[in-house]
Design a protein around this ligand. Sequence first.
Ligand code: NAP
Ligand code: SF4
Length: 677
Amino acid sequence: MTSLYPHLLAPLDLGYTTLKNRVLMGSMHTGLEDAAKHTPRLAAYFAERARGGVGLIVTGGVAPNIAGWAKPLAGTLATHAAAKRHRVVTDAVHAEGGKIAMQILHTGRYGYHPFAVGPSAIKSPISPFKPSELSARGVESQIKAFVRCAALAREAGYDGVEVMGSEGYFINQFLSSHTNKRKDGWGGDYSNRMRLPVEIMSRTREAVGRDFIIIYRLSMLDLIPDGSNWDETVLLAKAIEGAGASIINTGIGWHEARVPTIATSVPRAAFAWVTRKMKGEVGIPLVTTNRINTPEVAEALLADGCADMVSMARPLLADPDFVNKAARGLNAEINTCIACNQACLDHAFKNKVASCLVNPRACHETELHYDRTLKPKRIAVIGAGPAGLACATTLAGRGHNVELFESASEIGGQFNMAKRIPGKEEFHETLRYFGSQITRTGVRLHLNTRADAASLIAQQFDDVVLATGVVPRDPKIKGQDSANVVSYIDVLRGNAKVGEKVAVVGAGGIGFDVSEFLVGDGHSATLDLKAWKAEWGVGDPAESRGGLKRPELSPPTRKVTLLQRKVGKPGAGLGKTTGWIHRSALKMKQVEMLSGVNYDGIDARGLHISFGDKHKNPTCIEADTIVLCTGQEPLRELEAPLTAAGVKVHRIGGADVASELDAKRAIDQGSRLAARL
Ligand code: NAP
Ligand code: SF4
């Protein structure tokens, strides 16, 4: 059989070792790296990805010493005893025929602890701790820590290491005059500032020998003021190659950059052009990265000569079998990462073990099992939104006989509205995945069928799962029956005529989505790389330092005011790593955001509001249309009659708890119930 992806699946010969294909599982912090008790879980997580066919795994960041910790007690490799513990991970990966490199991550001024160090004592905007400026001896001891860590990684059985030199961490901080104000031999002009990574690389190569992979993650586009220019980046890449690197991986954007680099609204492969620019400058393999989430995109980049390998981190959380499925032509069955960050990065930044919104087994491989059932049951699942889809397909995959009832003409529930928002096109992929799983697992799907209690009782199912979702909450605002008031559902389904001046009531996830939908002209910048780069001010690092230029903003198509009753920043409840992007996107479209309001009434002029308990500053937000985005209530009308008839009923998703309903909880709950039944 001819491979659909000849470039992606081609081996890569490094001389002393061969990678079986061009997929590098990029480093992704899961939280499992940080406690010895989690080592068996970490081993199971990586072993599953190795079994899935990935060419080379890179672990989450491991600190070379205490100063390099990301947070107190972060995973560290500085002793022989620690190296012995890591053996559990490397043995598990090797047993599956995989290869694994350990990332050495020194966070420098990004460290969230009082022992943080940096080239200069300059606090970062993302940590409250000001780093101590290293003495020349201190610099030397950090280099030694990197080298010792790499040697211990080899002792632990790793096939290589990745030296983290990008995203604004310690090494990157030496490179940029933004953070390096030193006057000694480690600061000043660029040749001094780049000494640190070159010393680390050459001494590491000397310590580990020639037959060990050393990847250097090089910041090719800093996206910060005073970032590197292209000449400096090329100079560094050549020096890193000369110092003995096996592979150069691409790093895009410091963590403090105000340009999104991996969120779902970033176009696919948005930064592959940066790696391509480096092609030909060095002779060693280059890895390209960021928002590459399908085998088609990866193949096209490699075929196009952008890079020698592609890095995918989150896509392998979403589907550990990504590579094997691609190799077998089962691409429709790949569970695609939608770049939401909700269960992976948002968890990591909240000190919770990571997982994946579309795959709750990620990082939970030792406790969430979908074993084949020995006693197949007849189970009805009512509602084909994310919760019902996850539950029905997992149940059927385990061998149960499952009937899935959906009143609409298509599967997807709330996802069908989400996918209409510019920048949320990836939701189509999840629906495509679940569609393929319905076929594969043999779920009997009944569309356009509103299940009623009498017929469910008559069919004598062993279990009935209610995944009936939600209905919009009634905010009970005086005058809300006026002709100028519509619900978000009418707007997103295209059933409402929306005027030029709009008030959006409710600033939760949906209020933000609806506002973004209404200020745009229907053209999604996520599908148009040139427009997206212009909007966020991403330029060529050969023309401006850090690759930043003035954003080109297009005017909004409507004047939107977004309101909430709570005091405080609107959108505070949005994702930890993505909320700022939604707020910035609305600011760029001049959306006015008001907090702490009372809704005093609605009339033909618009929405009458006042502020605070004492109803101060009454005013009218003049609006042609008022859109209600005031949350949801559970829809569970079937529960009482079914329970009364003695049917075993289970509630999941929004039908269970509507407040702060999100797809992460819905899919997790549906999958976990399916694992138990
Ligand atoms: P939500 O996040 O619960 O927000 C509901 C909004 O309505 C809040 O701003 C709330 O603010 C307001 N509200 C609640 N009761 C009200 C009442 N009686 N009268 C007037 N206003 C009221 O719900 P959602 O926006 O419908 O989103 C549902 C879920 O989908 C969210 O939890 C979210 O996780 C998920 N989602 C997320 C995103 C995202 O992260 N980008 C996007 C879409 C959906 P006040 O009470 O302060 O007025
Ligand atoms: Fe991708 Fe979202 Fe899963 Fe993270 S949680 S891996 S971003 S789908």
